[in-house]
Design a protein around this ligand. Structure first.
Ligand SMILES: *[C@@H]1O[C@H](CO)[C@@H](O)[C@H](O)[C@H]1NC(C)=O
Length: 417
């Protein structure tokens, strides 16, 4: 008889399923206990913690979505999970006010800033990812115009200052996370040097398009140290830590940074490969998988409706080589836009719609708002009185800069400048 056999099979599988780990071995979400939680919260960085119970169905559905978001955030925003079913974790979960599973909390700055709870509805990878990246209290000052640089350096002369020149539209998440981590020690700013003109004005050789520069100004000084190490979170943290130590000669520290070899282990390389694949997929239409998204559209299901529980398991796969770019991506995006125009769709859905892969390519097309004929001051501290050109109004630049773009965001979250 078939039926009893199926039943028997189901029963045999049931215990195994309910005890299965929520997160697969390759997930970058780290399971932590109460002790590890307290240790993590000593770090002044933004971290996300999911309070879960392995038997809970919503947690099982969350896990793959959370893992995808975690991969995108790694290693800049660490992601954790606490199993509240374990007796030794129960006091922590109670203390954190956990009343249902999963409860997702973002700790903007370790235990120093009150946590935020994720209450945005659908717990999709994209919604979680955006939530995390939007809530880093970085304090990085954006210096829109070249002429804003010197006044900023002077206003903050008594502090150590970390200044980034790069060509991206957004503040890189890496710079934000460093700004957050070292807020008590340094002032952070950024100037968008889209075509390398500002670098040139500051006396550097005309830089290659796309190269970033980190300049460090010790407190009281108008001279900078050009950071020559690896432009990644760990290496920059090491450099900043040495500065805070105070005793080291900055140039020696910098020389050490310069000679540091980048030697990630195999596990780290594998994570990087998966991150790259995820970024590519993101650039092709967002975290929701194209294949499943298409299916949802064809079946007439509203992908943003209340029943939409995300499409686990598809992220991270490379788009197929033979997939024609015209279809089905464009049809899906078009459909999605129409849907959004018609109905009040979820926040996550709106963000996914901005993942049009054409959007970011506009970036290089137009000239920056920097005054082209401004004084070519040889040193960064030189006064800028010779500048007479009126710069583009800030508000216009802000609008451009804050335009959401899933692709831009994915690139922004890289662990490199
Ligand atoms: C972390 O932040 C707190 C509060 O802002 C501050 O008192 C503490 O010194 C910071 N720790 C580090 C290592 O920066």
């Amino acid at each position: 008889m078939l039926l009893p056999r199926i039943l028997a099979l189901t029963l045999a599988l049931a215990p195994a399923l309910s005890h299965a780990a929520l997160f697969t071995d390759d997930s970058v979400v780290k399971m932590i206990d109460a002790k590890q939680f307290r240790k993590a919260m000593k770090e002044n960085i933004t971290q996300v913690v999911a309070f879960v119970a392995p038997w809970c169905g919503h947690c099982q559905r969350l896990a793959p979505e959370y893992s995808k978001a975690a991969l995108g955030l790694y290693p800049l925003i660490p992601t954790y999970a606490v199993d509240c079913d374990k007796p030794k974790n129960k006091p922590l979960c109670a203390e954190q006010g956990v009343q249902g599973f999963p409860t997702l909390k973002l700790f903007p700055r370790g235990r120093h800033v009150a946590p935020l709870e994720f209450t945005h509805g659908e717990r999709s990878a994209s919604a979680l990812y955006y939530w995390a990246t939007r809530n880093v209290p970085h304090g990085v000052k954006k210096l829109y115009n070249f002429d804003d640089i010197t006044p900023w350096l002077e206003e903050n002369k008594d502090s150590h200052r970390a200044f980034l020149l790069n060509n991206g539209k957004h503040i890189p998440l890496l710079w934000q996370t460093l700004g957050n981590k070292y807020k008590d020690h340094f002032k952070f700013s950024l100037h968008r040097d889209r075509r390398g003109l500002s670098s040139e004005k500051m006396g550097f050789e005309k830089s290659k398009w796309g190269s970033s520069k980190v300049l460090f100004y010790p407190a009281g000084s108008v001279d900078y140290v050009l950071y020559e190490g690896i432009q990644k979170f760990d290496s920059l943290s090491k450099f900043f830590d040495s500065v805070i130590d105070g005793t080291a000669d900055l140039r020696v520290v910098n020389e050490e940074a310069k000679n540091e070899e980048f030697a990630p282990d195999e596990k780290e390389l594998e994570i990087q490969r998966r991150q790259e694949a995820q970024r590519i997929a993101l650039a092709h239409g967002g975290f929701s998988s194209l294949i499943d998204f298409e299916k949802a559209v064809l079946s007439g299901q509203n992908p943003h409706g209340p029943d939409h529980a995300g499409y686990p398991g598809m992220m991270g796969e490379m788009p197929k080589d033979d997939a024609k770019p015209e279809d089905p991506i464009h049809n899906i995006l078009k459909h999605q836009k129409q849907e959004e125009a018609q109905s009040d769709s979820s926040k996550a859905g709106k963000m996914a719609a901005t993942g049009d892969s054409h959007q970011a390519t506009f970036e290089a097309g137009s000239l920056s708002g920097q005054p082209q004929t401004a004084a070519l001051s040889g040193t960064p501290a030189a006064p800028s009185e010779a500048s007479t050109v009126v710069a583009q109004p800030k508000s216009a630049q802000e609008t451009v800069a804050s335009q959401p773009s899933a692709e831009g965001d994915a690139a922004r979250a890289k662990d490199e400048l």
